[in-house]
Design a protein around this ligand. Structure first.
Ligand code: UTP
Length: 410
């Protein structure tokens, strides 16, 4: 039984959102229950941050953080591989696929992983990722637990698609779905938009919510039972990335860091990737739009660019360090986006330009709360083919070219 009308009204009043109940009397009994349940389950405290969005972006003092570069990795490769392989064989490594995003830039109504990038045959994004992980499963002769984060908006479609394709050969007993939490979406005054008369407009709460959402969904039981000590989190859209890469795992273990971040050497000072660094002495990531001219031009003692490595959203987290993070609050990012909403006449409007705010936690902020981070260089031509757009930079086209270059048939 969800909260009563009175309780809902009281909660909404606390956050200045009484308009949400405007059509309540006209709703069916079922719709009323759905709306009350959604009000109960939605964290409305974030809406207050809309007005404060300017203050939220302040940063501390940025200084360089050295990466482990390719020559050093090459020299230690055999040892790192052995360490990583041992961890995988011991069941100490799990993988987490972040697939809760809306993929708005790609412009498909389906989940991003369902997108077919094949030319002469079907090649789905999910398929590429699973095949990459299967290579490690085969070489280590060990199944790796794969947790898949979806959202309310794409859960059914994602789970059904993977089942229909028999998980592309992955053992389904090792695949676990969990949904991320949703956040309300508001206009610029912080008033929650309505999607219909009985639904608040919501969107996934950002990729930084993955660990808490995993916990809330009861996944820790699997993590504990399997004895997983490390979680390799990765984005849905990089079709070339290596997942549960034994060399990367071994290097992070060897350096005894709380987290490892796969990074690529930037291809231009203003490339649109977040840059790994220290902020007030702790590991951190500066987003490309926050990178000042001064930081772009800064040099190391040996003359190379001081902020030269970009993150590719492939991280290896120590589970015990993640548990420590649960006690802390992650900063909230207020992002201006296009939010479909119901207008005064009851019609659903799909705006052409941003019309309000979404509230997100980002995975990169988790890094800043940890003690130590190993940036681990990978060759971008071999491991970085993100699909964000249909054409142009980081697109279906550029990813196809890179896949073909790496001998993947499309
Ligand atoms: P992006 O930041 O590229 O966002 O996500 P997106 O939603 O996929 O795409 P756009 O911006 O709407 O075009 C990076 C990774 O984080 C995941 C995405 O699925 C992708 O793997 N993500 C993002 C989530 O899992 N949940 C979120 O709330 C946001």
């Amino acid at each position: 039984m969800s909260m009563t009308y009175g309780q809902a009204k009281e909660k909404l009043a606390r956050y200045g959102q009484e308009h949400v109940l405007r059509y309540y009397d006209e709703l069916t009994e079922k719709e009323k229950q759905e709306l009350l349940a959604q009000i109960e389950n939605t964290d409305l405290s974030v809406t207050a941050f809309c007005a404060r969005r300017e203050e939220l972006v302040r940063r501390g003092k940025i200084t360089p953080l050295k990466a482990m570069e390719l020559p050093e990795i090459q020299a230690g490769k055999a040892d790192f591989y052995r360490l990583g392989e041992e961890a995988i064989r011991g069941g100490r490594v799990g993988a987490v696929l972040l697939a809760g995003g809306m993929g708005t830039r790609l412009g498909s109504d389906e989940p991003k992983g369902v997108y077919n990038i094949g030319l002469t045959k079907d090649v789905f994004i999910f398929e590429r990722l699973i095949r990459n992980l299967l290579e490690v499963v085969e070489s280590t002769d060990t199944w790796i637990h794969l947790f898949v984060m979806t959202s309310d908006k794409n859960h059914e479609a994602t789970a059904a698609f993977l089942k229909e394709h028999d998980f592309f050969g992955y053992d389904s007993g090792y695949v676990h779905f969990f949904r991320q939490d949703m956040a309300p979406a508001t206009d610029y005054n912080g008033k929650v938009y309505m999607e219909s008369r009985c639904r608040l407009a919501t969107s996934p709460n950002g990729n930084g919510g993955w660990y808490i959402s995993m916990k809330n969904a009861g996944m820790s039981r699997i993590v504990e039972q399997a004895g997983i000590e490390w979680l390799n989190v990765f984005a849905v859209d990089n079709v070339l990335q290596r997942i549960a890469d034994p060399v990367f795992i071994g290097a992070v273990l060897d350096k005894n860091c709380d987290v490892g971040a796969k990074v690529v050497r930037k291809n231009a000072p203003d490339e649109k990737v977040g840059v790994i660094c220290l902020e007030d002495g702790r590991p951190s990531i500066v987003e490309y739009y926050e990178l000042t001219e001064e930081l772009m031009e800064a040099r190391d003692a040996d003359g190379s660019p001081a902020y030269n490595f970009g993150v590719i959203l492939n991280y290896l987290f120590r589970v015990s360090a993640l548990d420590g993070l649960l006690k802390k609050q992650l900063p909230l990012h207020v992002v201006e986006k296009k939010i479909p909403y119901m207008d005064e006449t009851g019609k659903l409007v799909k705006p052409e330009k941003p019309n309000g705010c979404k509230f997100e936690n980002l995975v990169l902020d988790m890094i800043h709360q940890l003690e130590s981070c190993l940036p681990f260089e990978v060759e971008r031509e071999k491991e970085f083919a993100p699909i964000k757009n249909k054409t142009g930079v980081d697109s279906v086209e550029s990813a196809r070219a890179l896949l073909l270059q790496n001998g993947v048939e499309l």
